[in-house]
Design a protein around this ligand. Structure first.
Ligand code: ZN
Length: 160
């Protein structure tokens, strides 16, 4: 990391802090030559391998765009979508891989989307998992119902 003041190629880390979302590290640095201090934000790179074989950087916007269509007409806000994309990124980064398959992003999207809106989830899953028949929908709905039945009734936390 070059010093932005004197271009000295060396710098000393004097403090490191992980950002609130845990996705980047902010480092306070000092240049040993001119003594000036500056900060850097470091994120580990995360690339997506598309079905075509092309590689592109992970983008929360793309996750949101992919889900937005399934959410049409549903009570889902842009803030909801942004949070969902953040959850997807966190899940994907937890794998520790620097390159992941586009398919993995779809998989990582299903969970948070199911929590967000079940109708949107069914729409998304039907496309992503290529539902072919009514049986596929029935199985997915039965799964959601089983999930509802498993939830404690009456004793719901305040935020739910
Ligand atoms: Zn310097």
């Amino acid at each position: 990391m070059h010093c932005p003041f004197c271009r000295n190629p060396d710098s000393r880390v004097i403090d490191s802090r992980t950002s609130d979302d845990g996705l980047s590290i902010r480092r306070r640095r000092q240049c040993p030559q001119c003594g000036k201090r500056f900060s850097t934000i470091e994120t580990s790179s995360l690339n997506v391998i598309k079905r075509s074989g092309a590689v592109e950087p992970f983008s929360r916007d793309k996750v949101m765009a992919g889900v937005r269509k399934a959410c049409q007409g549903r009570p889902v806000t842009d803030a909801d979508l942004a949070l969902l994309a953040q959850k997807v990124e966190e899940a994907v980064r937890q794998t520790g891989l620097s390159q992941i398959d586009a398919n993995e992003i779809g998989l990582a999207t299903l969970g948070p989307l199911r929590e967000l809106d079940e109708v949107a989830y069914l729409r998304y899953a039907s496309v992503y998992q290529a539902f072919e028949s009514l049986e596929d929908f029935e199985a997915a709905i039965a799964d959601l119902r089983a999930d509802h039945a498993g939830r404690p009734g009456g004793d719901v936390p305040a935020e739910a």
